[in-house]
Design a protein around this ligand. Structure first.
Ligand code: UDX
Ligand code: UDX
Length: 443
């Protein structure tokens, strides 16, 4: 068992640290943010991730949280870099936090291996290697070990990975990182550092390409009267393609996809190549978030003064992460059209991100007297949305199913107009509604 220092107590750093502790290693997680470390020292997690609390609790005796880089790095055999690599204005990955980890490294003996888990452009490993050597830290090894953790399933993704990718300049350093994962059953991909960095970027870019592809197929389905769910099922059975990441909807978001797409596109153009396919994937995704507006206008006409409920705000279910959530773009489009917008999410707290949006505590509250309910994030609770109670409380019983989670026929039978993504829509119908006690007339 080894001692591992983790730099960055974000999603990736906390999940990685907790899981390494679960494998029996001694882990010290360092973050620069007091507001991140202090709650962790009290046993509180800074975000919602299924199973993480149990894993942290179960391994408390092997897990330490600190602001002090020396406490994390001292006697550590591995120094994992898990700090943020957000986008700069030019779309490049901002590596300043990676460099600050190097600046914060104390004097170190032996041959610890610095391991990059943050998603970085190809060539970063080379730069870090030369920076270490320039600082007289030739004795520190270097390896790239990218993460493939999805929020909401991150613990499972770490403990049961599809593959473990390790790129190292010195094979011995790669061997040691491989040993660290020996109790995990997964194919090990050993490669050079640059290829390991590219595996991560290419994997994310390909997942995004599948999403934008099925979203464009969905848009054509709407015009030719086909059903994208049927199409995805038929396509996904091809063993050369598989069913994953063929769920049409209102576009991808999150802490990784958008920034990794722009980082790869920028990396290509910095190297003199125009990545056409990826540019299209990014553009299709931006347009897809906005298509909901046209669907609402089709049923409601001008949106000025209309009340629209956005159901699900986090970028996907089972997380409270609002980073690059499609709900943010959709809300600002609707507000710009003069609509009144309400939002509901079981765990996410959007705060300033959804300025001008009235946040409701329940689905029922959000859709009361609304002219439309839009499913933005496919939380399980929303599968029962098309109920008589909801229909009777809405001003106009229109459901826009931005994640195709409902059965269009059932929704129609329940007296709602239905708009899915890449599916047959149904118009508003005159549906008998219970008399409202006060007016005695059906509103
Ligand atoms: C991050 C990257 O965004 C992603 O590209 C990469 O693949 C993995 O790490 P995530 O863990 O979701 O993803 O980021 P975030 O939740 O922002 O956490 C980063 C943590 O690093 C924050 O807690 C931040 O305070 C900390 N940090 C940042 C440092 O400890 N030192 C710094 O210099 C900068
Ligand atoms: C992603 C990658 O899956 C993970 O391997 C990487 O390490 C980090 O980035 P994450 O961002 O947590 O993980 O979410 P993911 O489940 O991939 O979903 C990303 C976005 O794509 C979400 O907005 C989701 O709603 C959307 N999506 C996903 C679709 O629209 N259709 C799909 O079929 C799948």
């Amino acid at each position: 068992m080894s001692k591992i220092g983790i730099f960055g107590a974000g999603w990736v750093g906390l999940v990685t640290g907790a899981c390494f502790a679960e494998l029996g290693h001694t882990v010290v997680i360092r973050d620069v943010a007091t507001e991140r470390i202090e709650p962790l020292q009290q046993g509180d997690l800074p975000f919602y991730e299924p199973e993480l609390a149990d894993v942290v609790e179960r391994n408390r005796h092997r897990l330490t949280f600190t602001l002090d880089p020396a406490e994390a790095a001292g006697d550590a055999e591995f120094l994992y870099v898990c700090v943020g690599t957000p986008s700069t204005y030019s779309g490049d990955a901002n590596l300043s936090y990676v460099w600050s980890v190097l600046d914060d490294l104390p004097e170190l003996d032996g041959r610890p291996v610095l391991v990059m888990k943050s998603t970085v452009p190809v060539g970063t490993g080379e730069k870090v290697r030369s920076a270490l050597d320039a600082r007289g830290l030739e004795h520190i090894g270097y390896a790239s070990n990218p993460e493939f953790l999805s929020e909401g399933t991150a613990i499972r993704d770490f403990m049961h990975p599809d593959r473990i990718v390790i790129g190292a300049f010195e094979p011995a350093d790669g061997d040691r990182v491989e040993e660290l994962h020996e109790s995990l059953e997964a194919p090990i991909v050993r490669s050079d550092v640059g290829s390991a960095e590219m595996i991560k970027l290419a994997a994310n870019a390909f997942l995004m390409t599948r999403i934008s592809f099925i979203n464009e197929i969905a848009n054509v389905c709407e015009l030719v009267g086909a059903d994208v769910q049927e199409v995805a099922r038929g396509v996904g059975l091809d063993h050369r393609l598989g069913p994953h990441f063929l769920r049409a909807g209102i576009g991808y978001g999150g802490s990784c996809f958008p920034k990794d797409a722009s980082a790869l596109k920028q990396l290509a153009s910095n190297s003199g190549y125009h990545f056409q396919l990826l540019s299209a994937v990014i553009e299709v995704n931006e347009l897809q978030k906005r298509r909901v507006v046209a669907k609402l206008v089709k049923h409601l006409g001008k949106l000025r003064g209309k009340r629209v409920a956005l159901l699900g705000l986090a970028f996907k279910p089972n997380t409270d992460d609002m980073r690059e959530a499609p709900s943010i773009v959709l809300a600002s489009r609707l507000l710009a059209e003069g609509a009144e917008v309400r939002g509901w999410d079981p765990v996410a707290e959007p705060g300033e991100l959804l300025k001008g949006v009235e946040i409701s505590g329940t689905v029922a509250e959000a859709v009361k007297d609304a002219d439309a309910a839009v499913i933005v994030t496919e939380w399980d609770e929303l599968r029962a949305l098309a109920s008589p109670e909801i229909r009777n409380s809405m001003r106009t019983p229109l459901i826009v199913d931005g994640r195709n989670v409902l059965d269009p026929n059932a929704v129609r039978k329940a007296g709602f107009a239905y708009e899915g993504i890449g599916r047959a829509s149904s118009p508003l119908v005159d549906f008998p509604r219970p008399q409202s006690p006060s007016t005695g007339s059906s509103e």
